[in-house]
Write a protein that binds this ligand. Structure first.
Ligand code: NAD
Length: 264
């Protein structure tokens, strides 16, 4: 039994969290909650302008915020990022960045597939490797962002995405098994339908000239027990739970934040 108070258990004071894809959407919401909980932040994204805006806002919480422009599809940029972090490596890593372009399976070519895989899965693997190498004597927390799509593929034209996110789940659970004894807790969040700039953009593409897809959207909504889409902050609060000491005995877990979608 811990003698920490509830406030201490939820606090991230004295912690440093690196969050990828934190210039927008779910990652930005996570950064806001982590800053509120007292964590210093390393914000990673390819969008330098939005990243800087985000960093300026978050400094108002009185925490240290370091924005880093990185194209996560390039391993060399990931390696260079971790070189700059030496000595101030994060104790918490959130691999949130991901892309979800629609494309019919029969139209997928090598370039398209490699891009989706590089960002959604390979970058997660290299980021985890750097983190574990940097903290192999100290341990830490890793939160990877998967998707309900990896468990229950629902939307057509997302086979490449489903495969990449299923990989994130396997990677997470394998690492949790291998590095639990080195004091790493490694879990995966499975967001459901969350309203973000990414999903708004995808929805526009989705509906362009294809009225049949309206039925998929209707069926998707009809399946959600809570009857609505989610807000990025609702995923951010689940990430905070996995990051802080409230979840000290949780590793290798899949946590769906989906309004009950997977259970229905
Ligand atoms: P978003 O598109 O709104 O934001 C993603 C962020 O990642 C952006 O700031 C973007 O610039 C950044 N990014 C994209 N490619 C990058 C690259 N190569 N290098 C560095 N940064 C890059 O996305 P979101 O909806 O907030 O989704 C976040 C994560 O949650 C993704 O992994 C996504 O697959 C997952 N997810 C989202 C939903 C949803 O409904 N929104 C559902 C399930 C899973």
């Amino acid at each position: 039994m811990t003698d920490k108070t509830l406030g201490e258990l939820v606090s991230l004071k004295g912690r440093r969290a690196l969050i990828t894809g934190s210039a927008a959407g779910i990652g930005k919401a996570m950064a806001a909650r982590f800053a509120e909980a007292g964590a210093d932040l390393v914000l990673v994204d390819i969008d330098e302008k939005k990243l800087k805006e985000s960093a300026d806002e978050l400094r108002e919480w009185g925490v240290d915020v370091a924005p880093r422009k990185v194209d996560l599809s390039k391993k060399a940029e990931i390696d260079a990022l971790w070189d700059t972090l030496k000595g101030t490596d994060p104790d918490t890593l959130v691999n949130n960045a991901g892309i979800y372009p629609f494309r019919d399976f029969l139209d997928i070519d090598e370039e398209f597939f490699e891009k989706v895989y590089a960002i959604n899965l390979e970058s997660v693997l290299w980021m985890c490797q750097h983190m574990i190498e940097a903290r192999k004597k100290k341990g830490g927390v890793i939160i990877n962002v998967g998707s309900i799509e990896a468990i229950l593929p629902f939307k057509k034209g997302m086979v490449h995405y489903d495969a990449s996110k299923a990989g994130v789940i396997g990677l997470t659970r394998g690492l949790a098994r291998d590095f639990g004894d080195k004091r790493f807790r490694i879990n995966v969040l499975l967001p459901g339908g969350i309203v973000t700039p990414g999903t708004k953009g995808a929805a526009t593409e989705f509906f362009k000239g294809n009225v049949g897809l309206a039925k998929t959207a209707y069926d998707f909504m009809a399946r959600i027990p809570l009857g609505r889409l989610g807000d990025p902050d609702e995923v951010a609060r689940a990430a905070l739970f996995l990051a802080c000491d409230l979840s000290s005995y949780i590793t290798g877990a899949l946590l769906a934040v989906d309004g009950g979608f997977l259970s229905a």
